[in-house]
Design a protein. Structure first.
Ligand code: NAD
Length: 345
């Protein structure tokens, strides 16, 4: 079946990454052929890489050679571009966060439904190796039933770029990194949410959050702490996950870390008290050597195809999307909850 020709709308950091890295790496049946960006400088760079330059969004949408568009513009412009593209008969891949709120998302989804064109959101971190390890531990119960998940990203560089500092463009870290971590969490834990507690941080004095902490409790009893920080000069592990029979820690994207699991042996000596600071403790003493073992991380393999391969199969073969719009909506709902509870106290 024929190749799907894409135009990239917004040839900035992520748009150019799609054009030259993601699309070619993930499917041979999808290709980026042109770009439209409001910045003349970005247009020139894209032309230098052999892509066709469009002078306006309308020119892209009127080109019958273009079957799909990738939207990689600032967050506040996703809705308008998506709706125009869907109405013009194009399929759409949209960068995260899909829109500014669920109301905007619903407007997009109504047009997708009415036109029958595919609309998929690029929640690429479902394919992250660190997440794939945690997903396997959760599903295979390698450390028993997982009951606590801490998922963090922390940096010391503040909020990057320009539009990410501005509320009107959908800036701030909850809509930036928060959407990734929440998407992973809600895809992992298949249970309704019981409660959300949250606190956004404004340490840097911007009009948008520079990070947040949120505690999410699921009806199946799993509790999660999701945290994004941009003022952390030394950081906590990317993942810290507790199961009934072990604990897993992934320090970073280089997959350093460890899993310590209970051996289940009954004949092990009780831990001896240790000196802790100026006191003694048995509770916090390390378990005896026979009580625990270190086990290797599973291979970070996905049991699902890459994003653009899936997109092709959705468009051409009617396959099920891996990133489903109702899942994206659920994440957007939690984001709205976090804004609400954090602002109301
Ligand atoms: P960026 O500022 O580097 O690039 C945005 C580009 O869009 C700029 O070149 C700008 O000139 C252009 N632009 C702005 N308004 C436009 C319009 N109306 N029409 C056409 N072009 C327009 O930003 P970025 O970091 O590439 O982020 C873009 C989007 O990608 C955001 O939604 C962001 O959240 C998302 N993103 C996703 C990931 C991921 O891992 N999935 C990573 C980074 C960014």
């Amino acid at each position: 079946m024929s190749i799907i020709n894409f135009a990239v709308i917004g040839y900035g950091g992520m748009g150019s990454y799609h054009a030259h890295n993601l699309i070619p790496a993930e499917s041979t049946r999808v290709q980026a052929v042109g770009t439209y960006d409001i910045s003349g400088e970005r247009q020139q760079i894209s032309q230098g890489k052999g892509l066709r330059i469009y002078e306006s969004l309308e020119e892209v949408l009127n080109d019958g050679n273009i079957e799909a568009v990738l939207i990689a513009t600032p967050n506040d412009s996703h809705k308008e571009i998506a709706i125009k593209a869907l109405r013009a008969g194009k399929h759409v891949v949209c960068e995260k966060p899909v829109a500014m709120n669920t109301r905007e998302l619903d407007e997009i989804l109504a047009v997708a439904e009415a036109t029958g064109n595919v609309f998929m959101v690029h929640q690429n971190r479902r394919w992250d190796p660190d997440f794939l390890i945690i997903r396997q531990l959760y599903q295979k119960k390698t450390i028993g039933d997982i009951f606590q998940i801490e998922s963090r990203v922390q940096g010391a560089n503040g909020i990057p770029g320009d539009w990410r500092h501005l509320r009107k463009h959908g800036g701030g870290m909850l809509l930036d990194w928060g959407v990734h971590l929440l998407d992973q969490l809600l895809w992992l834990v298949d249970s309704p949410i019981k409660s959300v507690q949250a606190d956004l941080s404004y340490i840097l004095g911007d009009e948008v959050d520079d990070g947040f902490m949120s505690c999410i409790t699921f009806e199946n009893g799993v509790k999660a702490l999701v945290e994004v920080g941009t003022t952390n000069y030394t950081k906590l592990p990317r993942w810290y996950v507790k199961g009934l029979e072990g604990t897993a820690k992934i320090d970073d994207w280089d997959l350093s870390g460890e899993i310590i699991a209970a051996t289940g042996r009954k004949d092990v000596p009780a831990p001896a008290p240790i000196q802790a600071g100026v006191g003694l403790t048995k509770t916090m003493a390390p378990p005896s050597e026979e009580a625990t073992e270190k086990i290797a991380f599973p291979e970070p393999k996905a049991d699902f195809v890459p994003f653009y391969q899936n997109f092709y199969e959705v468009v051409r073969e009617g396959a099920e999307p891996i990133v489903k719009n109702h899942e994206v909506r659920k994440v957007m709902n939690v984001i709205e909850d976090i804004f609400r509870v954090s602002h109301k106290g």
